[in-house]
Design a protein around this ligand. Sequence first.
Ligand code: HEC
Ligand code: HEC
Ligand code: HEC
Ligand code: HEC
Ligand SMILES: [Ca+2]
Ligand SMILES: [Ca+2]
Ligand SMILES: [Ca+2]
Length: 283
Amino acid sequence: MKETKKYRSIRDCVVLAVGFIAFMAMRSDSLAYDTYSTNKLSNSSTNHCRACHGDFRAAISTKVPPTVFPGGNIHEMHRNSAYMGTDCDLCHQDSGRYPVIIGLSTGPAGNNSGIGCTGCHVAEGLRKHHVVRGVTVCLDCHPNDSAPPPETTKPPYYGLTGFTKANNPGNTVLATNVNENWSAGDFLGLDNDGNGLYDLADYAVGPFRLLSATLEGNNVRVTFLTAGGRTNRVQAAASLTTAFTNVSAALEIPGVGLVTNSYLDVGGATSPLRFYRLSAQVP
Ligand code: HEC
Ligand code: HEC
Ligand code: HEC
Ligand code: HEC
Ligand SMILES: [Ca+2]
Ligand SMILES: [Ca+2]
Ligand SMILES: [Ca+2]
């Protein structure tokens, strides 16, 4: 047995070599996304976070409309004690500042084991958010994600006093520099579960209910509590046993935070009996 292994045919060596090259090719491709920037690891300057989000010490926003990073710097927004105040070791490896691995870091000693960016950007939710916003490339290498935890679940790093000021994932306060809103102007934190809805606009966080239905001549004004960023419809039925149909178009609720909205159902008061309900559209 030993002899046959030792004197392998040339053909076997070629197969082994081809196998090795194929493995190398897969490896460098898979490295394309596991660090923020592949520039110092391979020649690839595309297909990584930096290709779309730019230099971490700059202010490139992928949001539409763009969000505003304090001091024009994503790095400072995360780490500066005037803002989120996140400890270096939550993202970095203390052996060196580069490269920054997305799912691995030194971590806050005695608390967590160091899961890098995913301590706040929960992996499944982050990827789902990309897919919802049309960046489907994530599915190439992460096709089998389980369902992300809901918007209300605190990511592992949230509330680690002394290591970061990031806290409530629901971001229920419309103010800058609290909870998970550290960029200015939009009052939004993160879409933690990646369903396309942020904070109060996420149905797991913000309330959604009918407040009143009042007569205005032959019409009915339906008033409801919802949140900016949602798309809602008012629906009606003649009885509770018949199907509800849309009476309003898809209503895009403007602004951020809790909003009282109303819709005038023209001719709604001409039917002897009419039931209303609201429908939620999730992107
Ligand atoms: C092909 C371009 C592209 C690549 C590559 C990319 N992103 Fe994004 N990213 C986007 C877009 C587009 C959005 C959505 C902007 C929005 O929310 O409207 C986004 C959103 C985000 C957000 C905000 C999530 C939220 O809840 O608001 C974070 C954080 C983020 N990306 C991190 C990353 C990380 C980490 C990587 C690398 C693993 C990465 N992105 C790779 C385009 C990209
Ligand atoms: C939110 C995560 C995060 C935190 C917190 C953070 N950094 Fe960074 N840091 C990064 C990322 C991402 C980069 C860019 C890496 C790249 O370009 O590939 C970076 C880049 C750097 C670089 C440049 C590395 C190079 O060789 O180009 C230095 C130095 C650095 N950080 C130091 C720090 C220090 C010191 C702290 C704490 C005061 C800190 N960082 C906190 C994520 C973070
Ligand atoms: C301690 C929690 C925490 C950690 C760790 C963290 N982030 Fe963030 N990050 C946030 C929060 C919260 C926001 C949203 C701030 C806002 O929009 O007000 C954010 C926003 C971002 C954005 C801006 C998206 C946009 O355009 O609006 C990018 C990009 C980003 N993070 C990348 C990273 C990367 C890469 C890492 C790891 C190197 C990382 N983050 C680690 C909490 C964190
Ligand atoms: C070319 C293949 C490839 C693509 C495309 C890709 N990734 Fe990854 N990703 C990897 C590899 C490899 C790792 C490291 C292995 C690991 O930790 O699972 C990784 C790790 C991660 C992690 C940390 C590990 C975890 O799941 O907890 C996150 C978060 C992540 N990727 C997000 C994204 C996002 C967001 C996109 C789309 C913008 C994306 N990836 C696209 C290959 C890829
Ligand atoms: Ca913000
Ligand atoms: Ca949130
Ligand atoms: Ca959400």
